[in-house]
Design a binder for this molecule. Structure first.
Ligand code: TXA
Ligand code: MG
Length: 321
């Protein structure tokens, strides 16, 4: 177990000292909560894998507070990656870049590149800045959930997911509900054009607009050597079985935009008004289904080329078993 502390100046200082002592800190970001460790402490990072139940070959994202620190972790940064960094950081975007020497194999899963993000949440930025002020170089953090399960968008869901695996000296910082609600867009910046490895709220159109239309934002080619998120068939999955077609029977869970009526007898888990709202509340709705021991959930996928692309990606992966 680990205690939850509301984000304040004192709790952030406490969290930094725990990280420096090699403990883990669950912290809020605008996408989902992260399970953080000092990225330069191999044994602290290995505990992330234990607590998450994640295979060691899956690399971790390094979180930093400012673009000035990018050079510490990455090298040979393409011009288009800098354009993206200056446009969307701090924010819900992760860039995969050629790694520097300090980006060790235990962070990158022995790949030659490293994932970096500057999160947009003010608490996470304050936490990162304080950590760096005290000599830290970056916080390695995956989403705060067990491997293959639904990410956590609030401190309580993170505690429910990981509480049994965290130690009393680890800490959970509560910064309220995440405002984006699904994980960052991951963009590989290692060739002469970027590739989207995981969709998110930074869309293909936003990337194209930033780097100029002469570059084509290709989606991941599965035949490439690079290890990418969620390529495993089942990911982001609740305990309940998730269906993205068909209709629920009485007692089944139901998630859809608010203009879609609840089928008779179904348990409405969320009624988002628009696609951004859908992303923001999707994971808490899936956690809610599990806490109510609902065994089947039906979700009506949203439509659009905005964040709907990412929602559909997560729903599809969560529906595969
Ligand atoms: O929004 C987010 O990105 C959240 C918050 C906490 O920052 N983090 C997150 O981390 O979603 P995680 O580990 O749950 O998902 C990151 C995915 C993983 O599937 C990992 O394999 C992939 O990104 N990844 C990380 N570094 C990579 C790299 N160097 N090359 C390819 N994939 C990488
Ligand atoms: Mg994750």
């Amino acid at each position: 177990m680990a205690i939850i502390l509301e984000c304040t100046r004192e709790s952030i200082l406490e969290a930094v000292s725990r990280l420096k002592a090699g403990q883990l800190v669950v912290f809020p970001t605008e996408t989902v909560y992260g399970l953080g460790a000092d990225a330069t402490n191999a044994s602290a990072v290995s505990r992330i894998y234990e607590v998450k139940g994640r295979p060691p070959t899956h690399p971790l994202i390094i979180h930093i507070s400012t673009i000035e620190n990018l050079d510490k972790w990455a090298r040979e940064i393409p011009e288009y990656a800098l354009l993206l960094a200056h446009r969307y950081w701090p924010g819900p975007m992760t860039l995969i870049l050629p790694r520097s020497k300090i980006a060790n194999n235990y962070i990158t899963g022995a790949q030659d590149n490293v994932g970096i993000r500057i999160p947009g949440n003010s608490f996470s930025l304050e936490f990162l800045k304080e950590f760096e002020l005290q000599g830290g170089l970056g916080i390695a953090a995956p989403s705060a959930n067990r491997f293959g399960k639904v990410s956590s968008t609030c401190a309580k869901d993170a505690q429910l997911a990981l509480g049994n695996y965290l130690k009393p000296n680890d800490l959970i910082l509560d910064g309220g509900a995440a405002i984006v609600g699904i994980e960052s867009t991951i963009i590989a910046c290692i060739d002469n054009a970027p590739k989207i490895l995981r969709s998110g709220s930074i869309t293909e159109e936003m990337i194209n607009e930033t780097i100029g239309l002469n570059l084509d934002v290709k989606s991941l080619d599965r035949t490439q050597g690079i290890r990418a998120p969620g390529l495993l068939d089942s990911h982001y999955a609740p305990n309940a079985e998730l269906y993205i077609s068909g209709s629920p029977e009485p007692g089944d869970g139901f998630i859809a935009l608010s203009n879609i009526q609840t089928p008779i007898g179904a348990i409405r888990l969320a009624s988002p008004d628009n696609n951004n709202d859908y992303a923001r509340i999707l994971y808490s709705a899936l956690h809610l289904a599990d806490s109510k021991s609902i065994s089947k959930v039906f979700a009506v996928p949203p439509i659009g080329d905005d964040i709907a692309v990412a929602i559909c990606d997560r729903l599809l992966k969560a529906s595969k078993r």
